[in-house]
Write a protein that binds this ligand. Structure first.
Ligand SMILES: *Cc1c(COP(=O)(O)O)cnc(C)c1O
Length: 387
């Protein structure tokens, strides 16, 4: 019996090695990994440049307290702000910490300008912002909050697409709207650009902040550095995590100068957040999220999504919809997707579920065309078998 707690339903499969888009079992079986740690290994497994960066930094300095200046973190923050709307950054270790910090930062901003009652956050019902106590209540999912004590106040919810409700929820106590630019766990639900724009305008008119959770869809995954760039808006606060570490646990919150002024010494902290080892890896990841890589994401995405749509026409009774942007792709089935995912796995293609019968397909950003062709061949085979 396992000494690990049973909070995951794990597959009876493990791996001893990874390289690029592939994973290998100890007996040498090769799997095409289109999960990549759930959009974490943005540059694939065992990326040589990341291996080199971690090796060099590990011989110099792993960790030290944020009581000291950390040049690697200064550099990563400077580079991230140069590329984006943000002026300053707080580093964390995970996505949930990043969204929690985003909530804290929004509230602290209004507190700092003498409006402490402006502290409520509006979120989409059944979204996903992580598993900490505040984040599960922000997500507004009974499945995630059940059995975990009293409801954390301060969050209001509207259903995806219910703009009337969203407007009606905003009152004098509202601090921010927090949404995922593309809902990942929720089934790769893309919020249309016009809608993101309208929410930005609404926030402006009401004098509240816009928090866009880019933990899953950010850092090149959508074909732009941030998914919100497709809508040409500027958010106020953006939590990131997954892709920025390339497999090393890093989270961060990006924000404008106006807001970061509220985060004076002692207002927030993290023992591990922003340590030299993590920051060296983050910088090495950022070195590779360049124009060439984003071009590859867009090219491969177009090819993959076109081919999947052809398959939808070929198997109209199985595939309901192809969703997604960039290499954040969802294949929505008419029926429960578990059997389909299992069959893909039996055929050595790894994918992962999301809500609404969606199969999530998350190749590394440097995926090659022949790897996509292999995935398509396996998906076609499974469609035939399931029919
Ligand atoms: C994964 C995810 C989180 C939580 O990240 P963890 O690192 O698991 O805490 C938060 N928001 C979104 C949109 C995510 O996809």
């Amino acid at each position: 019996m396992s000494a690990l707690a049973g909070n995951y339903k794990r597959k009876n499969l493990s791996f001893s090695k990874g390289k690029g888009s592939y994973l290998y079992t100890s007996s040498g079986k090769k799997y095409l990994d289109f999960i990549q740690g759930i959009a974490v290994n943005s540059l694939g497994h065992s990326n040589p440049a990341l291996n080199k960066a971690i090796k060099i930094q590990s011989r110099k300095l792993w960790h030290l307290s944020n009581a000291f200046k950390i040049p690697e973190g200064e550099r990563l923050a400077k580079r991230l702000t140069k590329r984006t709307f943000a002026d300053s950054i707080i580093f964390q270790n995970s996505g949930a910490e990043a969204t929690e910090t985003a909530i804290k930062v929004a509230r602290r901003y209004f507190y700092s300008i003498g409006k402490p009652n402006k502290n409520r956050i509006i979120c989409i019902k059944n979204s996903f912002h992580g598993r900490t106590i505040a984040a599960i209540h922000a997500s507004g999912s009974t499945k995630m909050t059940e059995g975990f004590g009293p409801k954390i106040p301060g969050f209001d919810h509207f259903k995806f697409g219910d703009h009337k409700k969203l407007k009606s929820l905003i009152n004098k106590n509202t601090a921010a709207v927090m949404i995922e630019t593309i809902m990942g766990e929720g089934g790769i639900k893309v919020i249309p650009n016009w809608c993101i724009k309208a929410i930005r305008n609404l926030c402006n008119r009401k004098g509240i902040l816009l928090i866009l959770d880019e933990v899953q869809c950010g850092i090149g995954r959508s074909g732009k550095f941030f998914a919100f760039e497709h809508a040409r808006v500027k958010p106020d606060i953006v939590p990131i995590a997954k892709g920025i570490g390339g497999g090393f646990p890093i989270g961060a919150v990006l924000m404008t100068k106006k807001i970061s002024k509220a985060m004076t010494p002692g207002t927030h902290g993290s023992t591990f957040g922003g340590n030299p080892l993590a920051m060296a890896v983050g910088n090495a990841v950022l070195d590779q999220i360049n124009k060439n890589l984003l071009n590859n994401v867009n090219k491969m995405s177009k090819y993959f999504i076109n081919k999947l749509n052809e398959m939808k026409i070929k198997y109209p009774e199985i595939i309901k919809e192809v969703r997604g942007v960039g290499l954040l792709i969802g294949l929505q089935l008419y029926n429960d997707q578990s059997k389909f995912i299992k069959k893909l796995m039996d055929n050595k293609l790894l994918t992962i579920r999301a809500a609404e019968n969606v199969i999530r397909i998350l190749p590394p950003l440097n995926v090659k065309k022949n790897e996509i062709d292999l995935a398509l061949k396996i998906i076609d085979k499974v469609c035939k078998e399931i029919k």
